[in-house]
Design a binder for this molecule. Structure first.
Ligand SMILES: N[C@@H](CCC(=O)N[C@@H](CS)C(=O)NCC(=O)O)C(=O)O
Length: 338
């Protein structure tokens, strides 16, 4: 009898060890029928409502791709606009399932907030925007300048570090929202506006004459931006991470929104695995066999999303730069689907 009891306890232990750590997020999202996704309050190219009120952007596409794999519908996303200051609390409290809001991956954020960064959607760096009329060609000419910055960002600290390292003085003028920061810059309260370079291009579009302003050449920090989840749910962490990796791998494998149906029929072993014809990778993630197909049908591959939202096919027109794939001169690299 004792032995049977010990055996039952042992088996329970084995099952507990095999079950996902704390797989409540996937279940909660599926029961709710909608993914709650934290985004910016309106940053063109990354996350902003279009003229019909639909959220669009590179960060938005990550959420639509997650909704496609877990709910089979990229439209089933509730977008929650968050300021820089409020974004982490919204994730910690469970108000959102994932934060996809131009958020820089740093040690302190990864280790002290109870959160996990899942990957990099955009390799960025911090820069300065100034009026052309100021006739400044380098950030090193900004000694004694007043600089507008948004609070709750990595931007504030980098600004202080850069001016200190270069023995320059400055006056910081800080605001909690992007709109206030930009307004202060536009009305001349500060000589320069500092933010991640991609965000400077995005915000510049909102100025009355964007062409009167220029982004200076210096990039003063590393800002790898990516989606964030809560710690403690390894299955959800994997789903978000591999959704992004699938978009990047699809670009490498030349799978596009247009050819995905054809590619899914290919007999190339690699593609058979990616599309779930062979093996059960999707199911191992807690998803379906056709998970990659769903992602690409919903938003296209990484390069397509980049071009449409921030790259050559968008108003921002940002070049791929570091965000090119690793085999095309950039550093975007995803582990393989196998
Ligand atoms: N990547 C940096 C900066 C993020 C950030 O919030 N940047 C401002 C610069 S304009 C922004 O995007 N604001 C948009 C908003 O608050 O909705 C970070 O993670 O702290």
């Amino acid at each position: 009898m004792k032995r049977v009891f010990a055996c039952a306890i042992f088996l329970l232990g084995v099952f507990a060890a095999l079950a996902p750590a704390d797989a409540q997020t996937l279940k909660a999202v599926q029961e709710r029928g909608v993914l709650s996704c934290g985004v910016s309050q309106g940053l063109p190219g990354f996350s902003a409502p279009d003229d019909k009120g639909n959220w669009v952007g590179l960060d938005v596409d990550v959420c639509r791709a997650i909704a496609a794999v877990v709910l089979n519908d990229p439209a089933k996303v509730k977008f929650v606009p968050l300021s820089a200051k409020d974004r982490f609390t919204a994730l910690q409290s469970g108000e959102i399932d994932v934060l996809s809001r131009n958020t820089t991956w740093t040690t302190s954020r990864d280790s002290s907030l109870g959160l996990n960064f899942t990957g990099v959607t955009y390799y960025d760096g911090q820069g300065f925007l100034v009026r052309k009329a100021l006739k400044v060609n380098s950030a090193l000419e900004l000694n004694s300048a007043s600089v507008c910055v948004q609070t709750g960002t990595t931007t504030e600290q980098n600004l202080a570090d850069y001016f200190k390292a270069n023995n320059m003085k400055y006056e910081v003028i800080a605001f909690s929202s992007a709109d206030e920061t930009l307004k202060a810059y536009e009305t001349g309260r500060c000589d320069a506006f500092t933010a991640d370079v991609s965000q400077l291009y995005a915000e510049r579009l909102k100025l009355s004459v964007p062409d009167d302003h220029v982004v200076l050449p210096e990039v003063i920090s590393k800002e790898p931006l990516g989606p964030v989840v809560r710690q403690g749910d390894d299955q959800w962490f994997d789903i978000v991470k591999w959704t992004l990796f699938a978009m990047i791998n699809a670009e490498e494998l030349a799978i596009t929104q247009k050819n995905v149906e054809e590619m899914a029929k290919s007999d190339r072993p690699e593609l058979r695995r990616v599309f779930g014809v062979d093996g059960n990778i999707g199911e191992q993630l807690g998803l379906t066999k056709d998970w990659v197909k769903r992602i690409i049908q919903a938003v296209g591959n990484y390069g397509e999303s980049f071009d449409r939202n921030v790259g050559a096919g968008s108003k921002l027109g940002i070049s791929r730069g570091l965000n090119k794939l690793w085999n095309q001169g950039g550093i975007q690299y995803a582990p393989p689907i196998r």
